[in-house]
Design a protein around this ligand. Structure first.
Ligand SMILES: *[C@@H]1O[C@H](CO)[C@@H](O)[C@H](O)[C@H]1NC(C)=O
Ligand SMILES: *[C@@H]1O[C@H](CO)[C@@H](O)[C@H](O)[C@H]1NC(C)=O
Ligand SMILES: *[C@@H]1O[C@H](CO)[C@@H](O)[C@H](O)[C@H]1NC(C)=O
Ligand SMILES: *[C@@H]1O[C@H](CO)[C@@H](O)[C@H](O)[C@H]1NC(C)=O
Ligand SMILES: *[C@@H]1O[C@H](CO)[C@@H](O)[C@H](O)[C@H]1NC(C)=O
Ligand SMILES: *[C@@H]1O[C@H](CO)[C@@H](O)[C@H](O)[C@H]1NC(C)=O
Ligand SMILES: *[C@@H]1O[C@H](CO)[C@@H](O)[C@H](O)[C@H]1NC(C)=O
Ligand SMILES: *[C@@H]1O[C@H](CO)[C@@H](O)[C@H](O)[C@H]1NC(C)=O
Ligand SMILES: *[C@@H]1O[C@H](CO)[C@@H](O)[C@H](O)[C@H]1NC(C)=O
Ligand SMILES: *[C@@H]1O[C@H](CO)[C@@H](O)[C@H](O)[C@H]1NC(C)=O
Length: 560
């Protein structure tokens, strides 16, 4: 909580910036609707607020069903008070009550931005993910200790603010029916983040933002994320709020033409649903006729508003978005017709008032959808990652991933592939580090961070080859651990992870972030001889690409 003097400072900031000043109320969920503290319905009248990061084009990361560019960097929009104070009057002109932010850096200070937004009555929907390696990887999904730690660090940084409406545990992780095998990991993330927020007495909601697509698999995905696998009507593993990144309504279309179908698809949904992005950009500038339809009486029984995409300019494969330009020196905001039209549309809204909280049906959590060819996700979820157990494992392994570069993300995947492949030729396998969301089978080491998984695999190969120094080289990426126990990697895994196989309240990481830290102390000293061994072996047991993660401002395909 804030001290009184800090609250006073907030109000001083807010007063200087805003004519409307009030303490922001707590938003709660009852069943499928959101409510203000006075029991009236709350609708997300939002705008996406994040400058676009730099993009790269990595062939391995391009999914044929989602051929958008993925960012490799991000600009934390809540860490620069000057920029937030520059933008706040414009957010107020738009009349938004919520901004959606896609990635933040938990080590930076967010006080000025968060307090200014709070003072202006603006909530934040915050995605916990980061580009590149800070998200569940759709091409090799797992719920791992490094991601849990990342999410926890962000929550710890933001839990002191009163205006975090929701934390998203993923954005567009699943982009095709086949990728619904990733859904158990998203659901496990929701489960563990819920337990963590509960342990901190936080009432922030837990969300997921989905790419839109064919309702035959997106709707079951939504149901899966809000279902109860235990069959006892428990919300322990459910999200609170499902976001759809929807660009269906273009120009001056109508509710009947563009929203009636999708509204019908979600008519029976059990938790909150909203558009986590919306605003078709053809024609552009946009008339924003979708606003009246999305917040109108036909949509309000199903949708709790949406987040217009985007305040800042954003270039995508689907064209240009954005409603302001920022001058090159960062000092001045220029608004466009797009901005004026959204301002007018938001300004004309009167919210639907039904049902009031007093008569809203309580939440229910149906059984999970049965597995079939469109929803492959198992109802058996992976365990809660345990950072301490993974560190115990890595400390006792006899061959450690210890690369000569700090840019480990790009080499982890290929090395894991080749280490597994080598291990296969030595009579072993990578079952212990593998997670299968379709069969619901999770290897003992599968919830450790990728670097620990790699060290574990390297150690198994090293042991299978009589602990010959060359078998721990991996082209200079491996180092023999002189402090290792004499036990085998699998024995160490059993002993360190034996008590870490269930579901529990996550604990914050003890010090430095992930298991990678313990491998990065000194530079590798191994010989490079093994390089020729694995380079020639192209058999890959795992399809591992650690490049693809989240699509910030990228996932807005207009799906017909
Ligand atoms: C977060 O900010 C710190 C301090 O500027 C920087 O060292 C670090 O690289 C940033 N982390 C990310 C993930 O951008
Ligand atoms: C989904 O998986 C099936 C079976 O493995 C495969 O035949 C199909 O091409 C895949 N579809 C996509 C869109 O990846
Ligand atoms: C419902 O299931 C959850 C998760 O398995 C469990 O924690 C809880 O104890 C169960 N509650 C009842 C009443 O059985
Ligand atoms: C949408 O309708 C408004 C109001 O009738 C009109 O001014 C505008 O030109 C129309 N825009 C498009 C793209 O048709
Ligand atoms: C903060 O934003 C202002 C305005 O865009 C810019 O001039 C300044 O360089 C930014 N500061 C940092 C540390 O990025
Ligand atoms: C922003 O800049 C782009 C590119 O220069 C331009 O096309 C657009 O009209 C500008 N928008 C505003 C609001 O000035
Ligand atoms: C799979 O199940 C979902 C409901 O859980 C259903 O909507 C979908 O049509 C089913 N797909 C097939 C191919 O039967
Ligand atoms: C991402 O990779 C970098 C090294 O390239 C590492 O420092 C960081 O901890 C990783 N982040 C996560 C969440 O694993
Ligand atoms: C990391 O390596 C990849 C692949 O070699 C490269 O594209 C990327 O630019 C590197 N990142 C950094 C920060 O050096
Ligand atoms: C480490 O592994 C990467 C990826 O397999 C490889 O390209 C590199 O040559 C290896 N050795 C060193 C010294 O980085």
């Amino acid at each position: 909580m804030f001290s009184f003097s800090r609250v006073a400072a907030v109000f001083a900031v807010a007063l200087a910036l805003s004519s409307r000043v009030y303490a922001i109320g707590k938003i709660t969920r009852t069943g499928r609707y959101l409510y203000n503290s006075d029991g009236s319905r709350f609708f997300i009248k939002g705008v996406a607020y994040q400058e676009q990061g730099k993009y790269y084009f990595c062939a391995a990361s391009v999914d044929p069903n989602a051929p958008f560019s993925e960012p490799s960097t991000f600009i934390d929009p809540l860490a620069n008070g000057t920029a937030c104070q520059r933008d706040l009057p414009y957010l107020q002109q738009l009349g938004v009550n919520t901004v959606r932010v896609y990635s933040v850096n938990s080590s930076l200070n967010h006080d000025t931005c968060m307090q200014a937004l709070s003072g202006a009555g603006i909530y934040v929907i915050l995605d916990l993910t980061l580009p590149v390696n800070g998200s569940i990887d759709r091409s090799d999904p797992a719920w791992t200790s490094n991601l849990l730690d990342l999410y926890i660090e962000t929550i710890d940084t933001f839990s002191k603010y009163d205006n975090v409406l929701a934390y998203n545990v993923g954005n567009e992780v699943v982009t095709s029916p086949n990728q619904t095998v990733a859904a158990p990991f998203i659901k496990a993330a929701a489960r563990d983040i819920r337990a963590y927020l509960n342990s901190k007495s936080s009432s922030a909601l837990i969300g997921y933002a989905a790419i839109d697509g064919d309702a035959t698999w997106i709707v079951p995905l939504a149901s899966y994320l809000s279902c109860d696998p235990s069959g006892n009507n428990s919300g322990n593993t459910a999200i609170d709020i499902f976001g759809l990144n929807n660009y269906e309504f273009c120009g001056n279309s109508t509710f009947q033409t563009s929203y009636a179908g999708i509204t019908g698809d979600y008519s029976g949904y059990n938790v909150v649903a909203y558009f986590s992005e919306y605003g078709c950009n053809n024609p552009y500038p946009r008339p924003w006729a979708d606003v009246a339809a999305l917040f109108g009486s036909l949509a309000a029984p199903v949708w709790s508003g949406g987040v217009a995409f985007s305040y800042f300019p954003a270039q995508s494969d689907a064209g240009q978005f954005g409603m302001v330009n920022i001058s090159a020196d960062g000092s001045t905001v220029t608004t466009s017709t797009d901005f004026a039209n959204l301002q007018a549309a938001y300004g004309a809204l009167t919210f639907v008032t039904t049902p009031p909280q007093s008569s809203a049906p309580a939440a229910s959590y149906p059984a999970c959808p049965a597995q079939n060819s469109t929803i492959l996700a198992s109802s058996t979820l992976p365990p809660t990652p345990n950072d301490a157990a993974c560190r115990c494992l890595e400390a006792n392994l006899d061959c450690l991933f210890n690369p000569q570069t700090s840019n480990t993300t790009s080499i982890l995947g290929p090395l894991l592939d080749s280490a597994c492949s080598l291990l296969g030729t030595s009579g072993g396998n990578c079952n212990s580090i593998s997670a299968n969301g379709q069969t619901g089978t999770y290897g003992l080491v599968a919830s450790c961070d990728p670097s620990t998984k790699l060290s574990f695999t390297m150690s198994q190969y090293y042991e299978a080859n009589k602990r010959s120094a060359q078998a721990c080289s991996f082209g200079g990426n491996g180092t023999v651990n002189s402090k290792a126990s004499t036990a085998s990697a699998s024995a160490v895994a059993s002993s360190c992870l034996a008590s870490a196989t269930g579901t529990n309240v996550p604990t914050p990481p003890s010090s430095a972030s992930s298991g990678a830290a313990s491998a990065s102390g000194s530079k590798g000293s191994g010989k490079s001889g093994a390089a020729t061994v694995f380079v020639s072996d192209t058999r890959a047991l795992l399809g591992v690409f650690l490049m693809v993660a989240v699509s910030v401002a990228g996932g807005f395909l207009s799906l017909a």
